[in-house]
Design a protein around this ligand. Structure first.
Ligand code: RP5
Length: 164
């Protein structure tokens, strides 16, 4: 079996309820994924090993979710040529603003594509990863366009129910 195209990594098991939204989106678009916990501060050696091997292992895109002082996406991006999409996980103390700023405010030279805080950001990371992969995969491109058309139709067909 070939390596999944997308690696979903997260700083803690507690991030999974957020990051599962990325996995669900990838499933909907029939993009293969692999998920694992790699903590930048609790398992730095694992982080190094994962990042250094990610490309030769066959991954094409990394989605990285973390909360608080969220250095995981930036650290990964510094050690792999693969595109890294960062998902700020909602934190207990600052509702994810800390995660967002930690991930978005990368100094010039190492890029992390930062999505929205929480579930929407994780789902959109799955969508964006699919759109990037679709550049070289016409069938996936068709699935992404069909998914978006379906979303448009849903908005147009759902009546606004107003009870006054
Ligand atoms: C970060 O610390 C993780 O990404 C998680 O969002 C946050 C809290 O982790 P736990 O204390 O729940 O393991 O490393």
């Amino acid at each position: 079996m070939s390596t999944p195209k997308v690696a979903i990594v997260m700083g803690s098991r507690s991030d999974w309820p957020t990051m599962v939204n990325a996995a669900q989106m990838l499933d909907e678009l029939k993009v293969s994924w692999h998920a694992q916990v790699v903590s930048a501060h609790r398992t730095p050696d694992d982080l190094y090993q994962f990042a250094k091997n990610a490309q030769q292992d066959g991954f094409q895109i990394i989605i990285a979710g973390a909360g608080g002082a969220a250095h995981l996406p930036g650290m990964l991006a510094s050690m792999t040529p693969l595109p890294v999409l960062g998902v700020p996980v909602k934190s207990k103390s600052l509702a994810g603003l800390d995660s967002l700023l930690s991930i978005a405010q990368m100094p010039k030279g190492i890029s992390v594509g930062t999505l929205a805080i929480g579930d929407a950001g994780a789902a959109n990371a799955g969508l964006l990863a699919s759109q990037i992969l679709a550049l070289h995969d016409p069938e996936l491109s068709e699935r992404v366009q069909a998914w978006r058309a379906q979303q448009t139709l849903k908005v147009q067909q759902e009546p606004l129910e107003i009870d006054l």
